[in-house]
Design a protein around this ligand. Structure first.
Ligand code: ATP
Ligand code: MN
Ligand code: MN
Length: 303
C-alpha cells in the first residue's frame, strides 16, 4: 500500500489533546534528544507501529530522569499510568495471576509516549489468543568480533533456510547490534511447542553454517560467532516492537526493512528517531502485509 492509501490509526483528534510534562528534558546527555522528540517520533510512526502492537501484551522501558542508568523495564501497571492503557489479568509463567499491560488504541499509545515511555516490547501473541503465538523471532545476537555486514549475511542465509521450510520471514534491525528475523505463524501451537520447534529449527540452521552460528547461551563461546537466540519465543518473554526506539544515544529504532533494503544499510544506528519518520513517509511499512503470510511452523525433531 502507498503512503496515501494506508489505513490511519491516529486521527487528528487523537493528537489534539497532547499535553506533555517536561517536554525539554533531555535523554542521555546534554545534547541528547528531548522527551518531546520521543513523543513527536511516536506520533509520526504510529500508523506504522500500532498494527504491530495493538492487543499484544506489552512491556515498557521508561527513563524518568533521562539518565540511562535510571531506565527500567516495566511489565505491570504503574502509578501515573495513563487511564487509556489496558491492564489485564493473566497467569504468569510461575503460575500466579498477574496484571499485564496492553495498548488497545491510539489514545493509549500516544499517552505512553507523552508520559515518557522510550521502548515498547511485545509478546508474540495477542490477548485474544494469549497461549498461541502468531509471530516467532530468531534474534541474531552477534558476539565480539562480528561486524554488521556479517550479521546481515547471516540473516539472509537464515531467510533462505526458512523459505525452504515454506515460511515467509520478515526482517528488522533490533535497534542494537543485531537483527531480528520474524516469522508470522498460524496461532495453533502453544508456547511450549513453539519454543521447542524454534529451538529445533535453530539447531538445524546452525548446522548449515557451524563456523558462523551457535545456539547455546554460554557467553564464552560467542566470540566471532552469532548466537541464534530463540528464547524470545518462550511464554512471558518479549521482543522489542517494530518501530520502537531504543533507550540509548541518538535513540535508534528497531526498523522493519524490505529484505532488498537490508543490504543497503551501512550502520543500523542511522535508523533513528530523527531519520525514520521521513524515510517511512516515502516507503511505507514493509511489514504491512505480515499477517497475511502466516504459515504452520514446521515440527522437525531435535537432536
Ligand atoms: P541486540 O541487537 O542488542 O541484541 P535486542 O533487543 O535483541 O538487541 P536486548 O536489548 O539484549 O536485545 O534484549 C533482549 C530482550 O529481552 C529484549 O527484546 C526485551 O524484550 C527483553 N528485555 C530487555 N530488557 C529486559 C529486562 N530488563 N527484563 C526483562 N526482559 C528484558
Ligand atoms: Mn538480540
Ligand atoms: Mn538475545
Amino acid at each position: 500500500p502507498t503512503a496515501t492509501s494506508r489505513k490511519r490509526f491516529i486521527s487528528d483528534a487523537d493528537l489534539a489533546g497532547i499535553s506533555i510534562t517536561n517536554p525539554t528534558r533531555r535523554l542521555f546527555g546534554k545534547s541528547g534528544p528531548t522527551k518531546l522528540d520521543v513523543a513527536v517520533y511516536y506520533a509520526a510512526v504510529g500508523d506504522f507501529m500500532l498494527p504491530h502492537i495493538l492487543g499484544r501484551p506489552t512491556s515498557l522501558v521508561r527513563c524518568p530522569t533521562g539518565r540511562p542508568q535510571d531506565c527500567f523495564f516495566q511489565r505491570h501497571p504503574f502509578t501515573g499510568m495513563p487511564a487509556s492503557v489496558a491492564g489485564f489479568e493473566a497467569m504468569s509463567s510461575e503460575g500466579e495471576p498477574k496484571t499485564y499491560l496492553s495498548v488497545e488504541d491510539a489514545k493509549g499509545y500516544l499517552a505512553l509516549a507523552q508520559f515518557g515511555v522510550v521502548e515498547f516490547h511485545s509478546w508474540g501473541s495477542t490477548r485474544k489468543r494469549l497461549e498461541k503465538p502468531d509471530r516467532v523471532v530468531f534474534d541474531l545476537d552477534p558476539g565480539e568480533g562480528i561486524g554488521w555486514r556479517e550479521v546481515v549475511e547471516a540473516a539472509v542465509h537464515i531467510k533462505q533456510e526458512l523459505e525452504a521450510l515454506d515460511l515467509v520471514p520478515f526482517v528488522k534491525t533490533s535497534g542494537g547490534k543485531g537483527i531480528h528475523v520474524v516469522v508470522p505463524v498460524k496461532p495453533k501451537l502453544d508456547w511450549k511447542k513453539v519454543h521447542k520447534a524454534t529451538g529445533d529449527m535453530a539447531a538445524r540452521l546452525a548446522a548449515t553454517a557451524p563456523e558462523t552460528f551457535i545456539t547455546t547461551m554460554s557467553k564464552g563461546k560467542r566470540s566471532n560467532r552469532i548466537f541464534i537466540d530463540i528464547h524470545r519465543n518462550a511464554r512471558g518473554h518479549t521482543a522489542v516492537a517494530p518501530y520502537s526506539l531504543r533507550a540509548r544515544t541518538n535513540l535508534p529504532a528497531s526498523t522493519p526493512l524490505n529484505w532488498n533494503d537490508l543490504e543497503t544499510i551501512d550502520a543500523p544506528e542511522d535508523l533513528n528517531y530523527s531519520s525514520l519518520p521521513g524515510l517511512l513517509a516515502t516507503s511505507g511499512d514493509p511489514w504491512a502485509q505480515i499477517d497475511a503470510y502466516a504459515r504452520d511452523l514446521p515440527l522437525i525433531s531435535g537432536k
